[in-house]
Design a binder for this molecule. Sequence first.
Ligand code: SF4
Length: 326
Amino acid sequence: MLTDSFGRLHTYLRISLTERCNLRCHYCMPDEGVKLTPSPLLLSQNEIVRLANLFVSSGVDKIRLTGGEPTIRKDIEDICLQLSNLKGLKTLAMTTNGITLAKRLPKFKECGLNLLNISLDTLVPAKFEFLTRRKGHGRVMESINAAIDLGYNPVKVNCVVMRGFNDNEICDFVELSREKPINVRFIEFMPFDGNVWNVKKLVPYKDMLETVVNQFKNVNRLQDHPTDTAKNFRIEGYCGTVSFITSMTEHFCAGCNRLRLLADGNFKVCLFGPSEVSLRDPIRSGAGDDELKEIIGAAVKKKKAAHAGMFDIAKTTNRPMIHIGG
Ligand code: SF4
C-alpha cells in the first residue's frame, strides 16, 4: 500500500496536529493570515492514532509531528504517548518553533519523543521579531539548550536561508555546531501559497556551501542515507554537523519516502503536489481499515516522480506552508 509506481517505499509519515501557530513567519504564514478549519473538522486524537496505526502496520517506522506549531495542540502529550507505543515505530520526531518548548520538553521526552527539529532563522533578536512578527528569540535559544541538556543528540536547528535577510549569518549558525551537538540545517527558500517567494531571495545550495568552505577549514562531506533530504557535512573537530536541504536546486525526489497527513485529515503524497484525498470523511462514514488502506494505496500509486521545478511550483495552487507543516 505504501510503495508507489516508481518503487519508492514510504516509511516516513508527517502528521500536522494543528493549523495554528504562535508565530507569523513571513515565509510560512500569508500576510492576510489563513482560513482555519473549524475544530470539529480537524482530526481527533483517536482518528490520528487510528490512522497512524494503519500506516505503521504498513511499514512506516518514523512519524514527525508538525503544524502549524504542534505544541499548541492541547492533547499533544497523549498523542505522543500513544504514537510512541505503536509497535514498529522507531522514531517519533517533532518540528517546533521552540517558543514554549523548554519547560515542556521533559514531559514530551517521557512520552516518547526522540528526535527534535527546532526552527530558528536568525541569531539576531530584532530580526527574529521582524520575521516572525512576534518576540521570543531568547525562548527559542533556551529550548535549544534545554534539548541538549536532555540528551537530544543531535538537536536539529532548521534555518530557512533568504537572501538579504539571513544569508550573512550562515557562518554564525555553523559556529553553533562547534561546541554543541547541533545539526544546523540550511534550507533553501521554497515557494508556498501566499509566501511571496521570489527566486532572487533563494540562496542556492552551491552558494551556501561556498560561503562555509571559504570560512572554515576541513569541511568534510558525510555519507548520506538514500532517503536523506539533507547533504551532510562535519567540520573537523566540531561537535555538531551542518546540512543543506536543497529542495529547489538539487531535489531529492528519487529517494522520497515521505507522506503527509494534514490536520484536517487530508492525505498528501507530495509536499509540492496539490492533490489531496480526505481520510477523515471515510473514517467518519464508517470506513473499515481495508477501505482506508485502499484509499491510501491508490493515492500513493498516483505520486509523481518528482516535483515540477521551482518556477512551476510557484505558479501552482497548493496550500500555505502553515497548513502543510513543511
Ligand atoms: S517534492 Fe514531493 S516527491 Fe520530492 S521529495 Fe518532496 S515530497 Fe518527495
